[in-house]
Design a protein around this ligand. Structure first.
Ligand code: C5P
Length: 230
């Protein structure tokens, strides 16, 4: 299926303890995080339109971040939640009506072409696909008094990444239905697919494909992308 991409980057980065300000505009290796992310998708041979969803106040920031690349993306203004930003991004592709869409966090600049290939290869008319990694830590449920109430078996558990890919029309319909029915608390698109009873296949994620959330993530990303001296 011919694919388009929606890159969500309308968050404010205001979660307690997070880096000050939107992380997608922080520079790593001399360029904004979002520029690294957008370029990966623009370069991919199977992806046509790239829609970038930003906060309505960030037009100038985006131009500054992307430079001439800004001419090659569709700019969309997002909403108050990731879910709403995604829905608005999907709506911007309605005229094009691509067969498939990849939805990706702007703050994951290390998604690579092979990861995108794996996701695209697993989407069909009835299935979405998402990259994920098996959970390797032992999982503990915390009780209200701060002690452990249970050890959760990790067999079969995965940590979900993006890009998550779906047949376009069904995932747009699922988003529209969730919106109409007032379900606004989905944290990823695979959860909306699940709610709409669209099966989603798991493909191998990449350990490099981290979401930049904390200050130390930015420092690590900078180190990883900067050319080393030896
Ligand atoms: O807040 P969280 O870490 O889940 O954000 C994941 C991605 O969703 C980020 O790239 C962020 O910019 C985006 N987002 C958005 N609109 C919002 C909130 C988050 O596009 N209202």
């Amino acid at each position: 299926l011919p694919a388009a991409a929606v890159i969500v980057a309308a968050g404010r980065g205001e979660r307690a303890g997070q880096v000050d300000g939107p992380k997608q505009y922080r520079k790593v290796a001399g360029r904004a995080v979002l520029a690294h992310t957008v370029e990966t998708f623009l370069r991919h041979r199977d992806i046509g339109t790239v829609a970038v969803v930003i906060h309505a106040d960030d037009d100038a920031l985006l131009k500054q971040a992307l430079g001439s690349l800004v001419e090659r993306v569709t700019v969309v203004h997002g909403g108050a939640t990731r879910q709403e930003s995604t829905r608005l991004g999907l709506l911007a592709l309605q005229e094009e009506n691509p067969g498939a869409v990849l939805i990706h966090d702007g703050v994951r600049p290390f998604a690579d072409a092979e990861l995108i290939d794996r996701v695209i290869a697993s989407i069909d008319e009835n299935h979405g696909a998402l990259p994920a990694l098996p959970v390797s830590d032992t999982l503990k449920r915390e009780a209200t008094d701060g002690t452990i109430s249970a050890t959760v078996p990790r067999a079969g558990l995965h940590a979900a990444q993006t890009p998550q890919g779906f047949p376009y029309a069904p995932i747009l319909a699922a988003h529209q239905a969730a919106h109409r029915q007032g379900h606004g608390d989905f944290t990823d698109d695979a959860a909306i697919a699940e709610w709409a009873e669209m099966p989603v296949r798991i493909v191998a994620g990449s350990p490099d494909n981290v979401k930049l959330t904390w200050a130390r993530d930015i420092a690590m990303a900078d180190q990883r992308l900067s050319p080393s001296i030896n």
